[in-house]
Design a protein around this ligand. Structure first.
Ligand code: C5P
Length: 209
């Protein structure tokens, strides 16, 4: 049998990560948050004090990446997310990371991958493609609560501005911009809690596979 691949794309805080994790558990598939791969490269650059547009250093960091060692807690900061979206504009860095992501997707029994270009570039033949969206206001509010729940400090206006700047960079770049694949199912989670989003996605997937 061929591996079952489910592609989930969407902007920051659209709910795609939570959705991807739950769907992977439900269908017994592996899960890769591809954002972590860009974050890991950015984290290395920051740790070594390298400029984020240093292509050869970023290529080296991408080449050394070990998907089994991605540490979500270390990589989940705001500063690293912002740096990741700068690293992610470099085509040669993307090519290296996309190759690793495709290798992950190609192993049995299959996988759920979430990111920005999974349905369009990484896994264009995925069995099901979802594009999660939510209004910028809802996404900023979710991010704010996540940070406050973890005991961090943040304010709504800064988070909203950050989200809008990151969306603009991700949608506006030349290589693999964030956009729904032609055959993606749109899932607007603005008015949905996690359970409703999961049930809606599950219904779409069950219908398609
Ligand atoms: O999803 P996350 O916030 O972890 O992604 C961090 C950044 O990595 C995004 O803003 C985007 O620039 C980049 N990214 C990407 N392609 C992916 C996943 C993430 O360009 N498939």
């Amino acid at each position: 049998a061929a591996p079952l691949v489910i592609a989930i794309d969407g902007p920051a805080a659209s709910g795609k990560g939570t959705l991807a994790r739950r769907l992977a558990a439900h269908y017994g598939l592996r899960h890769l948050d591809t954002g972590l791969t860009y974050r890991a490269v950015a984290q290395r650059m920051l740790a070594y004090g390298l400029p984020l547009d240093n292509v050869s250093a970023a290529e080296t960091a991408a080449g050394q990446l070990d998907l089994a060692q991605l540490d979500r807690d270390l990589l989940s900061t705001h500063v690293i997310g912002e740096a990741a979206s700068k690293v992610a504009v470099m085509a040669s860095v993307r090519a290296i990371l996309v190759e690793a992501q495709r290798a992950f997707a190609s192993a049995l029994p299959g996988a759920v991958l979430d990111g920005r270009d999974i349905g369009t570039v990484v896994c264009p033949d995925a069995a099901v493609k979802l594009y999660a969206t939510a209004s910028a206001d809802v996404r900023a509010t979710r991010r704010l609560h996540e940070i406050l729940d973890r005991g961090g400090a943040a304010d709504y206006a800064t988070i909203l501005a950050d989200i809008e700047r990151r969306d603009a960079r991700d949608m506006g770049r030349a290589d693999s911009p964030l956009r729904p694949a032609a055959d993606a199912h749109l899932l607007d989670t603005s008015e949905m809690d996690i359970e409703t989003a999961f049930q809606t996605a599950k219904a779409i997937i069950d219908d398609a596979i």
